[in-house]
Design a protein around this ligand. Structure first.
Ligand SMILES: Nc1ncnc2c1ncn2[C@@H]1O[C@H](COP(=O)(O)OP(=O)(O)OP(=O)(O)O)[C@@H](O)[C@H]1O
Ligand SMILES: [Mg+2]
Length: 1040
């Protein structure tokens, strides 16, 4: 049976898996050599002193991070700590949040895994006052993701671009202030987009209100944006020459107002290199870079444009020197734009000259506009390079790093906006952690001791409320006809906010307070403390006006970035653009919407001291921050409250596998199921509460243990699923096998049945066909006849005669094939003949021709002929060396054609004598050793006779014209047919060879005859008969 889970059990399981012991509390305490890592575990959780003590204890040991549950507190150490190495990152990857000491990496990792497992969007709100370490924290988080997320070549590009967007944006948007040498002067919200595998695939940045006024003015001890110094200090000679710049920041009036262009903590030269490299990584080509720095240089040149007053007090320009570097716009055109204002009066345009102050104002407005718009362009351009065009589902982790709450000796419109922004974020924090939480407990009916906290809604309303808030009053002043000034604005404020507890002015203040206020000030009692704002510049800065003719002139610029920043379509609308404060307010509203749609995580940054001093823990300063950040309240709510809550259905759905009663389905009410589940898991009564619709879990550790148990269970489940699937598969296969067998048998049976039916039909047809096989072809016998034909042909094919002479082998055809068989037989014979003929050699051919002659003469005439057929003829029976030399010398000239041994019978007395019979081209010779006994030329040879029997006697008839001529030759020759055929062919006597029955007469000499009688006997014999004839007894030939 599947294992069920109890949290106690889980501890052992985890140990078994080689992980750290998850007796969380014990483990934490064991590791807590320095202070308490999680304030939730602090005994005196109501004591601010204990809280601070713990922070300080840890801080002095360089332990800058401490938790309140899942909230991370970070105290700025103002020194490099060895806790951001790759090794440290590896340590925190995928490890349970509470297993290792608090770290920004632990939070980053936890957010990442929550995003992956719950497939939801998250954001990390990093807050704290200026210089507390927000930007550093956000960079550490980004670096952690860059290292810990899966990577590929493609993703590496995205990752590098995300990382490299930081130095670029910091160069253009950060500056040294009194509070922070690298203070963010713009708000930054960055979405890191992940695909479903957890790969970082893209990003998007939203920027908020850049402090543009810094371009033209810096307070004492402060600097302009870093990029100006980086360019002037670090820029290559060629580049500076091209931009008309000198390598001396003191030469530029926009860079010297704070009187601290050089700061020891800042290395502009090195930073320049970093920025140049970063620009190339985020895909800026040489042109982009040239144009971008062209703009930066233009702003510096613009700052050096100085005006003199003419006699009427109107602004004039002494020199146009600086103007020629301005964005490729004609010097004269610029000159006019900076000293005159174009007023549209009815149908004509009138040029109205500026006073010197007015001209300076217009120049600065232009510088701010150019820089501000170029900054927006830069953010858009970075977004293009981070954009992921894949439309697949993505989840995001948002990082909010915005300018921190700040209080200077003189605070202006910018501080008002920045601090308002911090109020809003604090409100969001309160909303999400304190207020909403407590309201929820109430709604869910959870017994709850309310925690008192300061709700800054009252201040937010004071600033932003429609028609009544400071921004509304400011806007009204900016827009109303007549001479609105900063002071009339202050009057209006006093009029409207007179009684507000968080608002005070010189006029409204009591005596004591008045001492710390100027007449042009108003003071807000912010959540983080009092800030006195000087109203000077509020109206102008809120209007942020740029004269139309200056905008028109900017459009003439040859710099493509400026062309994009001042589009021709701008100003088409007659509607007045929104004021800066309203734009900012609306953008914060949108930001709040973006954030509330995501799951929130918090990093609260604390400043350890005001002097940027390493290791110094200013208790008063930290206590103040702890207070206004509401950390004590947060701790109290955490302690008394519940770290986690989920709707019963959702909770049950996720964890039901951990309890046999709820797995796989819970049939009852979800809350009962959850109750069963947590009881089974061994939750202690103080660890959770059951609300109306949700379960509330008090400690994060309880949830983490549950989650870890779930992780293990998931693996087991996966294993069980596999087993189950295999089992199912096995049963399925078994079932399938039976099914297949049944089907197979069915198919086989059907096949057999069909086969038999077919066989019956065929047999019937066969029988019918056999019966009617001799009849003409009908449907009944056609099949049978076809079969007979086919089977005959098949048999014939295997039994064909092998030789031409084989006449017996041909198969007897069935009646239907008689004719065909005959044709085939002839064809086959012809084929064999042809084959035979083709295989005949010239010698063999000559032989056969001789045999044909033999056949013509003797076939059917002489008994011994058939037996001679198979005996091959030879060229000669006596070789020339066996013929006597003398004979040869005598007859050689006639060319010997054939010789054969014969027995010659004397014509008188028939005495047998061995002789050689030699046929030449001209005559036939009978030779005895060296003696030619008789020569008969072929002309004199009348012919030859022989009997029809099986003997081998022949008589050569000689024409006896001459009395000296010897008579006919009676010869016995073992090669009778051969010798006679050769003779017939050489002497051309085919027609002169006679086969005779009975007796043959021969001439002994002219006029005297003898006879040879032939008969058949038991034994072949030749002897002289009583009648004086030669008696030849031939053997009996069987075939006869
Ligand atoms: N974790 C840290 N380790 C070492 N030094 C740090 C750390 N955090 C901050 N610092 C130091 O403090 C300085 C200010 O930090 P940072 O710029 O992050 O502040 P901030 O909260 O972003 O301020 P602002 O609101 O002005 O932008 C850094 O330049 C750095 O010198
Ligand atoms: Mg910052």
């Amino acid at each position: 049976m599947r294992q069920s889970y109890r949290l106690g059990q889980y501890k052992q399981i985890a140990l078994g898996h080689g992980q750290c012991c998850l007796d969380l509390e014990g483990a934490l305490i064991a590791r807590d050599r320095v202070g308490i890592q999680d304030f939730v575990l602090l005994d005196a959780h109501n004591s601010e002193t204990a809280f601070l003590d713990n922070l300080k204890k840890r801080f002095t040991e360089d332990l800058i991070y401490t938790y309140i549950g899942t909230l991370l507190i970070s105290v700025n150490p103002y020194k490099e700590l060895d806790i951001y190495t790759k090794k440290q990152m590896d340590l925190y990857m995928g490890v349970n949040f509470f297993e290792l000491p608090p770290h920004i990496y632990a939070l980053a990792d936890n957010v990442y895994h929550t995003m992956l497992s719950e497939a939801n969007n998250n954001f990390i709100l990093i807050s704290g006052e200026s210089g507390a370490g927000k930007t550093e924290a956000s960079k550490k988080i980004l670096q952690y993701y860059a290292v810990s997320c899966p990577s590929s070549t493609l993703l590496d590009t995205v990752r590098d671009r995300m990382l490299m967007s930081n130095p670029v944006l910091e160069a253009f948007g950060n500056a040294k202030t009194m509070k922070n040498d690298n203070s963010s002067r713009f708000g930054k919200y960055m979405d890191i987009q992940f695909d479903c595998q957890g790969d970082a695939v893209g990003g998007h940045i939203l920027s908020y209100l850049l402090e543009k006024s810094r371009v033209v003015h810096q307070n004492h001890g402060e600097r302009n944006f870093h990029i100006f110094y980086q360019l002037v200090e670090g820029g290559e000679e060629d580049l500076l020459r091209h931009l008309g710049l000198e390598k001396d920041t003191k030469r530029y009036s926009y860079l010297v107002q704070g009187e601290c262009s050089n700061v020891s903590s800042i290395n502009d030269k090195n930073d320049w290199k970093t920025v140049k490299n970063a620009l190339s990584v985020i895909d800026f080509d040489a042109n982009d870079i040239e144009h971008l720095f062209g703009i930066i240089a233009s702003v510096l040149h613009l700052g050096n444009v100085h005006f003199d007053g003419d006699t009427k007090g109107y602004a004039t320009l002494n020199t146009n020197a600086a103007l020629r570097w301005l964005l490729g716009i004609h010097v004269q055109v610029l000159h006019e734009a900076l000293t005159f204002r174009k007023i549209e009066a009815k149908s004509e345009e009138v040029l109205s000259p500026f006073t010197v102050d007015h001209a300076i104002y217009a120049r600065d407005a232009l510088a701010k506009a150019i820089y501000g718009r170029a900054f927006t362009w830069l953010v858009n351009r970075i977004n293009e390079s981070l954009e992921n065009k894949d439309s697949g589902r993505k989840t995001v982790i948002g990082l909010l790093d915005i300018y921190g709450f700040e209080v200077f000796s003189v605070n202006s419109f910018e501080q008002f906006c920045i601090n308002y922004c911090n109020e809003k974020l604090q409100q969001l924090f309160i909303q999400l952690t304190l207020k909403a939480e407590q309201e929820e407990y109430e709604a869910e009916g959870i017994g709850w001791e309310p925690v008192q906290f300061f709700n800054n809604k009252i201040i937010c309303d004071l600033v932003e409320e429609k028609h009544r808030g400071i921004i509304s009053v400011l806007d009204e002043e900016c827009m109303r006809p007549g001479d609105a000034t900063d002071l009339t604005f202050l009057d209006k404020l006093e009029e409207k906010m007179g009684n507000h507890p968080h608002f005070v002015t010189y006029k409204l203040a009591d005596k004591k307070t008045r001492k710390s206020l100027e007449r042009g000030d108003f003071r807000l009692l912010h959540y983080a403390g009092e800030v006195t704002y000087c109203v000077v510049g509020f109206i102008d800065k809120n209007n942020d006006l740029l004269y139309k003719n200056i905008k028109d002139v900017m459009r003439l610029s040859k710099n493509p970035i400026i062309q994009q920043c001042f589009p021709a379509t701008e100003g088409d609308s007659r509607r007045r653009p929104e004021t800066v404060a309203t734009q900012f307010k609306n953008s914060l509203l949108r930001l709040t919407e973006i954030l509330t749609a995501k799951e929130a995580w918090y990093v609260r940054c604390l400043k350890s001291n005001d002097n940027k001093q390493p290791g110094k823990f200013d208790e008063v300063l930290v206590r103040h921050q702890v207070k206004y950040l509401g950390l004590m309240e947060h701790l109290r709510v955490r302690r008394a409250g519940f770290a986690y809550r989920r709707r019963y259905e959702v909770f049950l759905k996720r964890y039901k596998a951990l309890c046999p009663a709820t797995w796989p389905h819970w049939k009852g009410v979800p809350s009962d199921g959850v109750e069963k589940l947590v009881q089974h898991l061994g939750y202690q009564p103080d660890e959770y509460k059951m609300g109306k619709t949700k379960i509330f879990i008090r400690y994060a550790r309880t949830l983490f243990a549950t989650e870890d148990a779930f992780e293990i269970c998931k693996h087991e489940l996966a294993y069980i699923y596999v087993l189950f699937a295999l089992l199912l598969f096995f049963f399925f296969c078994q079932h399938l096998a039976t099914k297949i067998e049944t089907c197979w048998r069915g198919v086989q049976a059907r096949k057999e049945r069909d086969r038999r039916a077919w066989a019956v039909k065929i047999i019937k047809q066969f029988i019918k066909g056999y019966i009617t096989r001799r009849e003409a072809k009908t449907t009944d016998n056609s099949e049978y006849l076809a079969f007979v034909r086919q089977s005959y042909l098949n048999r014939l094919k295997d039994n064909l005669p092998k030789t031409v002479l084989d006449k017996t082998t041909w198969l007897t055809p069935p009646p239907v094939m008689t004719e065909t068989s005959e044709i085939l037989r002839q064809l086959h014979t012809r084929m064999m003949v042809r084959k035979y003929v083709r295989g005949i050699t010239p010698q063999k051919k000559a032989q056969l021709q001789q045999k044909v002659v033999t056949s013509g003469i003797f076939k059917g005439k002489k008994d011994s002929y058939p037996s001679s057929i198979a005996v091959p003829f030879v060229d000669t029976r006596i070789n020339e060396q066996d013929i006597n030399m003398r004979v040869l010398q005598t007859i050689r000239h006639e060319r010997i054609k054939y010789s054969v041994p014969v027995v010659k019978y004397d014509r008188n007395g028939f005495k047998p004598r061995p002789r050689q019979l030699i046929l030449t081209q001209a005559a036939v010779y009978l030779v005895e050793e060296a003696k030619i006994k008789q020569r008969v030329d072929y002309v004199s040879l009348k012919g030859a006779s022989l009997s029809n029997l099986g003997d081998s006697v022949m008589i050569l008839h000689v024409a006896l014209n001459d009395p000296k001529q010897k008579g006919d030759m009676i010869l016995q020759c073992d090669h009778l047919f051969e010798a006679l055929t050769k003779l017939a062919m050489i002497a051309n006597k085919q027609n002169n060879i006679k086969v005779v029955q009975g007796s043959i007469k021969f001439e002994i000499q002219a006029g005297k005859e003898g006879g040879v009688d032939f008969s058949v006997g038991q034994e072949p014999m030749i002897y002289k008969g009583k009648n004086g004839h030669l008696m030849v007894v031939a053997p009996r030939i069987k075939s006869r």
